[in-house]
Design a protein around this ligand. Structure first.
Ligand SMILES: *Cc1c(COP(=O)(O)O)cnc(C)c1O
Length: 394
């Protein structure tokens, strides 16, 4: 065990079940540990590093903005924040943006926005319908929104106003709707819940129901947004438009940033209603802007689609050669491989030893979410490692 791991145990709260390596450097789709060992990175900072590690465009923006202006607070106008907001609005179906620092914070703000909207237009309704196996973040309210018992249990009583129903079940949403309901909050594809893809018509039905009842549809695109699913935003996969959308993870090119986006009519915050000291600061926004400009200008989402299809095809091949694999599913470069037993942690560790970073998204499923700039030859290399591991473990 490295010295770092002992010092971590001494000084840090034991909140994370870390993989047993200390990463010190990254480049493209690869990272290196403190002993110089190289890994192919199919975790990408949990779907954050869309352009991989130390992308020249990201590094240049980081360096330039650091030398110019890092932070001012939101008492002032700053240029990178306006540029990033403009880019987001021009490339999405939403009209207005609020910047914060993380996914959970973006979702919290989205809930506040929905509640304020409901005070104005829905008789003060305040309840949100969310789904089982969703993931919306770790703040107290987002733990209540997240329909997973293991995240909720240690912290009860939770804030009220959240009802968790089954995902991909329009009737469950209809049954849970009351005069207190103000919004439905969903992930286009459930990421942390295991890469769960809803039926083709689910979102159209949810949208129709929200329209019929006057409810807001909030899409949490923190994991699916910005090209991850092979298209810029997950809602485009299903032909619907949300009233509110949240982003974080990949938005900052690795810098911590989150955003709430809303349609004009839903954008009801007034000065003083909501805020953030560091949210949208020049450094985070300049890097996010550079990263998103590159992503748009180089059809990185298109690459995610093409390489994602290639990876799914390879994984289908792996599935046909090994027993105990029961499913391959995903869109773009958000993919899961499911087993008929709880072997994912063991497989992830064995892959790590062989130089491939993979995440055990569930006890019985591995998740593949490499940088979106990945190429076929990297996929081939990862598949070779995976097959070697599966041959020894299955
Ligand atoms: C990661 C994630 C969050 C939480 O984001 P943080 O930045 O960790 O707070 C929320 N929703 C979804 C869908 C996520 O994948």
């Amino acid at each position: 065990m490295s010295d770092y791991q002992e010092r971590e145990r001494k000084y840090l709260m034991a909140t994370f079940k870390r993989l047993p390596v200390t990463l010190v450097r990254g480049n493209g789709v690869r990272v290196w540990d403190d002993r110089g060992k190289e890994y192919l990175d199919f975790i990408a900072g949990i779907a954050v590093n869309l352009l991989g590690h130390s992308h020249p465009v990201v590094v240049a923006a980081l360096r330039e903005q650091a030398e110019t202006l890092v932070h001012t607070s939101n008492l002032f106008y700053t240029v990178p924040q306006i540029q990033l907001a403009e880019l987001l609005v021009q490339n999405s179906c939403l009209d207005k943006v609020f910047f914060c620092n993380s996914g959970a914070e973006a979702n919290e703000g989205a809930v506040k926005l929905a509640r304020k909207y409901a005070k104005l237009y829905l008789n003060g309704a305040y309840e949100l319908i969310t789904t089982v196996d969703s993931f919306h973040g770790r703040t107290l309210a987002m733990v209540a929104a997240t329909g997973q018992q293991r995240f909720q249990e240690p912290y009860t009583p939770l804030p009220s106003g959240f009802v968790n129903v089954e995902y991909d079940d329009i009737e469950a949403i209809k049954r849970a709707t009351t005069s207190k309901t103000c919004a439905v909050m969903l992930e286009p594809i459930q990421g942390e819940g295991g890469v769960n893809i809803p039926s083709e018509d689910y979102f159209k039905q949810v949208r129709a129901w929200c329209d019929e009842k006057g409810l807001l549809l909030i899409l949490d695109e923190i994991q699916t947004g910005l090209g991850r699913t092979g298209i810029l935003f997950g809602y485009q996969l299903f032909g619907v438009e949300p009233d509110i959308m949240t982003l974080a993870k990949g938005l900052g090119g690795g810098m911590p940033i989150g955003a709430i986006l809303a349609k004009e009519k839903t954008s009801v915050f007034a000065p003083g209603d909501h805020g953030s000291t560091l949210g949208g600061n020049p450094l985070a926004c300049a890097v996010g802007y550079a990263s998103m400009k590159f992503l748009l200008g180089n059809d990185v989402a298109g690459n995610a689609k093409r390489i994602g299809d290639y990876l799914i095809d390879k994984l289908e091949g792996v599935k046909s050669r090994f027993d105990h694999i029961v499913d391959v599913r995903g869109r773009g470069l958000l993919i899961a491989l499911e087993f008929d037993r709880d072997i994912a942690d063991e497989l992830a560790l064995a892959c790590l030893e062989q130089g491939l970073l993979l995440n055990a998204v569930k006890p019985n499923a591995l998740r593949f979410m490499p940088p979106l700039i990945i190429e076929e030859k990297d996929i081939d290399e990862a598949i070779a490692i995976l097959e070697r591991v599966l041959s020894s473990k299955l």
